[in-house]
Design a protein around this ligand. Structure first.
Ligand SMILES: [Zn+2]
Length: 232
């Protein structure tokens, strides 16, 4: 039976870059993919463009990325840089989890150099709780969320100790083809995103004897030896 895998990012680009390879692997295995961007990341603008102009471009690119994986993209309305942890934000995301009958969730680690990422971690963690809790009254039936893990993101490195490794060698070309649809992957001048995440996947792959791997940790962190999984 196919599963539904959700990845949640603070900005368009976060989930696609950090979870996209494993999402591509699940898509190739016949699972449903849903990517929720809590903001459109519109303030990381290309030169000469305003956030107002960049926002629709990012939303369209997120949709194209998800489409390339046969999945769905949802970009919420909160403005980039203004994401706050609130109960309402958690419930909004919990509703999306229930409505889409999500089985596994990938999201941000708790510590970050970016305030939006810290808020995204808390929002997602509470959303998983409310989406799963049978007695919490929401319009849709509780989601059967069996797995949730935090993704390796260069901005969320403090205290992050990844030990769940996934071989994504076969899915890597699908990811690479689609990640280029996001402007920041190859064109950001502040950080070489595609170059970094490709190199990271190669380095992680070497540690488990594969060409490409992606890795995660659980939250709260529990020390464990390196573990290699196939699918979520
Ligand atoms: Zn971000």
């Amino acid at each position: 039976m196919s599963k539904t895998i959700m990845a949640v990012g603070a900005h368009t680009g976060d989930a696609q870059l950090t979870c996209g390879m494993l999402l591509a692997k699940h898509a190739m295995a016949g699972d449903k993919i849903i990517i929720v961007d809590l903001t459109a990341g519109e303030k990381g603008t290309p030169k000469g463009m305003t956030p107002e102009e960049f926002r629709p471009q990012n939303i369209a690119a997120a949709a194209e990325f998800a489409k390339g994986l046969g999945g769905k993209s949802i970009v919420l309305d909160t403005l980039d840089g203004e994401l706050q942890y609130t109960h309402d934000a958690a419930i909004q995301l919990a509703n999306i989890m229930r409505e889409n009958e999500v089985n596994a969730v990938l999201y941000h680690w708790r510590n970050s150099i970016h305030r939006d990422h810290i808020a995204a971690h808390k929002i997602t963690e509470d959303a998983i709780f409310y989406a799963s809790l049978p007695t919490y009254p929401l319009p849709h039936a509780p989601a059967r969320i069996g797995g949730f893990m935090c993704a390796e993101n260069w901005e969320d490195a403090e205290g992050f100790n990844p030990y769940f490794y996934y071989d994504v060698t076969e899915a890597f070309p699908l990811w690479k083809e689609n990640i280029k649809k996001l402007w920041l992957a190859e064109h950001s001048t502040s950080f070489k995103y595609l170059r970094y995440y490709e190199a990271l996947a190669i380095a992680n792959g070497a540690l488990i004897g594969k060409d490409y791997a992606t890795r995660f940790c659980s939250s709260p962190q529990c020390p464990a030896p390196r573990q290699v999984g196939n699918l979520l």
